[in-house]
Write a protein that binds this ligand. Sequence first.
Ligand SMILES: Cc1cc2nc3c(=O)[nH]c(=O)nc-3n(C[C@H](O)[C@H](O)[C@H](O)COP(=O)(O)OP(=O)(O)OC[C@H]3O[C@@H](n4cnc5c(N)ncnc54)[C@H](O)[C@@H]3O)c2cc1C
Length: 490
Amino acid sequence: MRKDELFPEIESKVEEAVKKGELSRRDALKVLAFASGAAMMGNTELFAEGNETNASDANATPKLKQGMDAKVVIIGGGSAGITVAARLVGADMKPENITLVEPSDKHIYQPGQTLVGGGIKTLDQLIRNEADYIPAGVKWEKEKAVEFMPETNSLKLASGKVLTYDYLVVAAGLQYNFEKIKGLTADMIGKNDIHSIYVPEASPVMWEAMQKAKGGTMLFTNPATPIKCGGAPQKIMYLTEDYMRTNGTRKDAKIEFMSAAGKYFGVPVYHDAVVGFVKEKEILTSFNHNLVEVKAAEKIAVFEKKTKVKVFDKDLGEDVEEEKIELVEKKYDLLHITPPMSPVAEIVKSPFVNNKGWMFVDSETLQSKKFPNVFGIGDLIGTPFGKTGGSVRKQAPVLVANMIALMNGKAMEHKYNGYTVCPLITRRGRVMLAEFGYDKAQTDAKEPVTKAMAMPSFPLDPSQERWIWWIFKVYLLPPMYWYGMLRGRA
Ligand SMILES: Cc1cc2nc3c(=O)[nH]c(=O)nc-3n(C[C@H](O)[C@H](O)[C@H](O)COP(=O)(O)OP(=O)(O)OC[C@H]3O[C@@H](n4cnc5c(N)ncnc54)[C@H](O)[C@@H]3O)c2cc1C
């Protein structure tokens, strides 16, 4: 995005926030000073969620030559689908050769749902018309893709219409599997003290509940599957804790993080920082506890607790470690659920997935491991991390550059480095910017990536909660998303 376009956008948003009383004049001046400094430097990366991947700079994206008439179909018009469409057009692809398949006529800025749950934004501030973000000339099929026939480069839409393509981009995101928890259905969310900011329309209900809460046991769950924005289950818990502390109800509340994982974060520097935050906030944590049932009438949540125990093996004649699973019941007054997630059903049953139902792509080039003219991007890809909007921002230029290289008969040299960002809200007014990606030692050694390493974009201690990252999250990232990323400019 050019600096002369960027700064006025931010300026008008900041002004709007001041008018609505969301931002003090003093803070507004600080934001604008920061924004203008960055814009003056021409460093739009400063606004972006993260550092650059190898050779993935937008300016380095090759333009189309031989593949001018290639037909591209993009499945999903969320963060990833729209960004890829914009970048393909920016690389001189004819818009009429691109088809976007997206059933929804609304586009939601999902990272804002946590802020709605915490009473910092309203839901209507996050929703815009999809049509306004589809690049001019790109064809829009406003329905779902339901079946894929990659042997004939074709796919079927819900209406039965068949589309053909030369190249396919799969960006259909994730679905929430509330039904995998016994006793629970999606329509129970936002009612009877069961909440989830993952459901857009239930996020304002969480804010109401926070204000009404007088204390009691408040459970915040984290499931056993990969999820979008791994930090969101914690963010809403910290916002709740902070709100109750300020309004005097915290002393009567027992707040517990019930996580199927064994750590807060896979990267030690962020995990250790969170250990400090939760201690200070007197939040209790139970790791290796997976929510498996909700007895809504009795307000009981049931968890599967996994522990390692030593048992004597008669054949070996020695102690061996075994996993012990037991059920733990907990009464709750408020239950915030982060549901188990998977790619959407149409993708899980497609020929594009690995044995766990996730899009099977090369974790660096994003090309399908099964069909060379197919690429995957966004939440549904089966890479170890990278389930954030910030990851999409880094993946899109890589995918587009590699697809164009393929169209032009060249080698795919662009690589995604696993960049993932979690602006972890630790309380109102403070954020720890947790940035991480694939462990370099593993990628250098061409090993499957199992470990994450910290990838801070700024020369600041990444384990510190800071005011500036709060301003970044609440005021700068939304305009960067709508005007920068979705336009293929940042
Ligand atoms: C509560 C919450 C907090 C978050 N916080 C952050 C954060 O702080 N920072 C951050 O960077 N990210 C955050 N994220 C994650 C971020 O929003 C996602 O990573 C990002 O939206 C992924 O983009 P995507 O295009 O893969 O999926 P989506 O944006 O979900 O888009 C998928 C699209 O595919 C469409 N679709 C589904 N099925 C089909 C089909 N069969 N055919 C055609 N189209 C289909 C859907 O309608 C949808 O529009 C958060 C998300 C949530 C929910």
